[in-house]
Design a protein around this ligand. Structure first.
Ligand code: ZN
Length: 456
């Protein structure tokens, strides 16, 4: 490029020189006459004068352009720098949010809001900054303002849901979650949050509808949906029984429980509900069949109690036979040996009880086995030292199976559909402590845990 330019310049200079030489070789004069004025000049001088005049004209035009254009250019530059400063404030604000500095983030958010006339962008920063700085009203205002714009409405709702949960206002959170669900029913966190909230306030039927939508939209897996639906049916069955408390009619409750058992016979609560209602309805034989099926999949002491109730047997020795019949469906489980030990203990068969407990406990008997052993020794009239020995062992024994939440690991006395400590639905399982797979997606859990921690 540059070489080409140099060549052109040389060519221009050469032509100019040739022209000058040509003019010098052919001298001549130019005479102009006008109104009594007379101007004599050489051709060379006249040409120079023409070139200078053209130069002055160009210069004047450029000056004019510069003077006229300056205010606009100035304005333009100012606007640009305003926008630039706005985006800088936005970036700094986001960085402050990421660093967890709420006060600093709020400062930048206010600046960005003033400089940039783009609420969708700045509102989110303002909301997050306010949240970080602990300014709940400010965050609420920003999140609510986000509802105005269709692009930010969903984000605003998410913020408001979190806010309501933190404030311990589940009905408000539920209302926002319903709106978010209407906007985007295919978003996993919306489905999970709405489902959990509906379950927390006992809207079982609405929760079931949410679950079914989630399954249709492939947000909830078929297997998980099946179990959760069964547990919702257990709650609906309970509600139906309460509704008919006066008449004692359990027909409606029984229909729901049967549906639940067909879906998830491996859930102890489902088996217990169905068999319990069958006994109430006077169908003890069917209740026993239900319990036997349930025991084969997931044994639990409460199921053994129901089985004894269904048998109508009151003779302690015969009750051992009843339990033996039940546990034959799942002989190797520790619950089977413990149930036999308990029945033998109740019948005063110390040797039998001891034998079953030894099988149940193996090398490191869990707490329940140690306690039962202590009871056997106590009631059989053994030395106190032996009783104390077993009780001491119970203190150091490995933890028992218990109702544990698979989401937050909290332990509960009895089964309930909603975990009292983390609010998750259907997470309580009869298990020894250990690692379980999480049931809820991490984001929902984190939000709920956060909300619970704030409440504390
Ligand atoms: Zn929990």
């Amino acid at each position: 490029m540059t070489t080409l330019r140099v060549i052109i310049w040389f060519a221009v200079a050469a032509v100019a020189m040739l022209l000058a030489v040509w003019l010098a070789e052919r001298p001549g004069t130019v005479t102009a006459e006008w109104q009594g004025w007379r101007l004599d000049s050489s051709v060379g001088v006249l040409l120079v004068a023409v070139v200078v005049l053209i130069g002055v004209c160009i210069g004047g035009w450029l000056l004019y352009r510069w003077i006229i254009g300056a205010p606009f250019a100035l304005l333009e530059g100012w606007g640009e720098s305003r926008k630039k400063r706005g985006y800088r404030a936005l970036t700094q604000g986001l960085a402050a949010v990421a660093a967890g500095d709420g006060i600093e983030a709020q400062k930048h958010a206010r600046k960005a809001e003033q400089l940039l006339a783009e609420p969708p962008i700045t509102l989110l920063l303002s909301a997050q900054a306010a949240q970080l700085a602990g300014d709940r009203d400010g965050a609420s205002r920003a999140f609510t303002a986000m509802l105005e714009d269709e692009h930010t409405a969903f984000l605003g709702l998410r913020g408001l849901i979190g806010q309501a949960l933190r404030e311990g206002d589940p009905s408000k959170a539920l209302a926002y979650a319903e709106r978010a669900f209407k906007l985007k029913p295919q978003t996993p966190w919306v489905v999970h949050s709405l489902f959990d909230m509906q379950a927390q306030v006992g809207q079982w039927k609405a929760a079931q509808e949410t679950l079914e939508t989630g399954q249709r939209r492939k947000v909830v897996t078929a297997d998980k949906g099946r179990t959760l639906k069964a547990l919702l049916l257990v709650e609906r069955s309970r509600a139906a029984e309460r509704a008919n408390e006066q008449t004692g009619n359990v027909a409606d409750a029984l229909v729901l429980a049967r549906e639940a058992f067909a879906l998830a016979p491996e859930r102890i609560a489902v088996t217990q509900r169905f068999a319990g209602l069958q006994i109430k309805a006077g169908d003890a034989r069917r209740a026993q069949k239900t319990l036997e099926r349930g025991w084969a999949l997931a044994p639990h002491p409460d199921l053994a109690m129901l089985y004894l109730e269904a048998s109508g047997e009151s003779d302690p020795l015969k009750r051992i036979g009843v339990i033996r019949r039940l546990v034959s469906h799942n002989e190797n489980d520790i619950e089977s040996q413990l149930a036999l030990a308990q029945a033998s203990l109740d019948a005063g068969l110390w040797g039998e009880a001891r034998r079953h407990l030894e099988v149940a406990g193996g090398n490191s008997p869990p707490v329940r086995a140690c306690r039962l052993m202590a009871e056997v020794e106590e009631r059989s009239g053994a030395e106190q030292a032996k009783v104390h020995d077993w009780l001491a062992r119970a203190a150091d024994a490995p933890a028992d199976r218990a109702w544990r939440c698979t989401a937050c690991s909290a332990q509960h006395e009895t089964w309930r559909s909603v975990c009292e400590s983390c609010g998750a639905f259907g997470t309580l399982q009869w298990r020894a402590p250990g690692t379980f797979g999480h049931v809820l997606p991490p984001e929902t859990r984190a939000e709920l845990e956060f909300a619970n921690n704030e409440k504390k």
